[in-house]
Design a protein around this ligand. Structure first.
Ligand code: CP3
Length: 349
């Protein structure tokens, strides 16, 4: 059996004959075995903070589908939670936080350097530590966090929204305070990623899921997204040289996907489903790794269109370092046999 970690190989610029594959949100509600553990755990955050359950659900998609990477089961919003901003998940509605929308609320957050932050996150490092010894040697263990803007947008508004009006107008009306919040998230999350590597992560992904919706200003993606991410990566690499990082800037558009690696110094760019991957791959240096792009809706629908889209990605990626993945998270209504169809199409078995 091949014991080398194919996802890590690709992140180093190697082309694999069959691209390695994992799926964003691969441990989730589309799996009956996930729903069973989720029910036992009670709340979603209990699932994240209970290492035994978190290990179990992280391993589920690996055991079922033999995927090439396992992503730590947790959430980007454990960071605001660890900072003392109460986070909860409302069934069918998503996350709810007590908004940080004033200076007083900002200074009531835990200070960077406070032991409380990483004590709170201890179960997550424990999860990685256990996974490290439980995973087959060819499976890459991925850690992750949210990019500062995406996490800040939830912290300010107290919930998700389609156009992020509240978070953006807060940033425009309170530029200094907004900047302090971004800096704080850079500090805490750089350390968080370093600790994930130390606990066993082989690589990490930074999720900038709200890259398509930033505060106004000249080249706002550089200022509020790429620069903070680059700062985080540089701080991580000051401690863990060559730390492999994937950056996923969802909704940022074709041109900005081309800028992700040069501007952030990530090893790989996560490609969302809205981008023309075949055109993008032609413009990205042949040695630069890419990941993603399959539309999660195509996976829900299945049929010959799924085969066609899989083939099109495989053809566009031929001869280049590519990690097969979706262009955003797998949705709860995805039939499991469609995932199997996709995998056998990629692996030709
Ligand atoms: O990919 C994985 O399998 C690892 C686990 C993971 C989750 N969330 C589990 C989860 C990861 C990497 C995330 C990242 C995350 N969380 C992002 C960035 C990626 C993206 O999807 O854009 C964001 C924006 C969040 C915040 C978040 N968490 C929202 C908006 C929601 C509610 C939406 C929903 O699907 O209910 C969550 C909850 C969440 N995070 C679930 C899972 C499996 C579903 C909760 C449940 O089981 O009840």
């Amino acid at each position: 059996m091949n014991t080398s970690k194919s996802v890590l190989n690709v992140l180093k610029g190697k082309t694999e004959n069959v691209p390695p594959i994992w799926m964003m949100r691969q441990a989730g509600r589309y799996l009956p075995e996930y729903r069973a553990v989720r029910a036992k755990a009670g709340s979603f955050l209990n699932l994240c903070y209970n290492s035994k359950y978190a290990v179990e659900v992280t391993l589920q998609p690996i055991q079922r589908f033999n995927l090439d990477a396992a992503i730590l089961f947790s959430d980007i919003l454990v960071i605001p939670d660890a900072l003392g901003q109460k986070v909860s998940f409302v069934e069918g509605e998503g996350p709810r936080l007590d908004p940080v929308d004033s200076y007083d609320k900002f200074i009531s957050l835990e200070e960077f350097g406070s032991k409380a932050i990483f004590n709170h996150l201890e179960p997550i490092f424990e999860t990685l530590d256990v996974l490290k010894s439980r995973l087959p040697s060819n499976v890459t263990l991925l850690g992750f966090c949210g990019a500062p803007w995406t996490v800040a947008s939830y912290m300010i508004a107290g919930q998700g929204s389609i156009d992020l009006t509240k978070a953006k107008s807060f940033a425009n009306a309170n530029p200094k305070l907004f900047d302090l919040l971004i800096q704080k998230l850079i500090d805490v999350q750089s350390e968080y990623l370093i600790r994930q590597f130390r606990a066993g992560a082989n690589a990490v992904q930074i999720f900038e899921s709200h890259a398509g919706n930033l505060p106004v200003g000249e080249d706002s993606i550089l200022r509020w997204s790429f620069n903070p991410i680059r700062e985080m990566i540089s701080r991580v690499r000051a401690v863990i040289p060559d730390a492999p990082v994937i950056v996923f800037a969802k909704g940022s558009g074709f041109e900005n996907h081309l800028r992700v690696i040069p501007e952030t110094k990530a090893n790989a760019v996560g490609v969302d489903w809205a981008v023309n991957f075949s055109e993008l791959r032609k413009l990205i240096p042949i040695t630069s790794p890419t990941q993603g792009n399959l539309n999660p809706l195509t996976l829900v629908n299945g049929g010959y269109k799924l085969d066609e889209e899989v083939d099109s990605i495989l053809i566009s990626a031929t001869g280049t370092p590519h990690i097969f993945n979706l262009g955003h998270g797998i949705t709860p209504d995805t039939p499991i046999n469609h995932v199997e169809q996709m995998l056998s199409r990629i692996r030709k078995c």
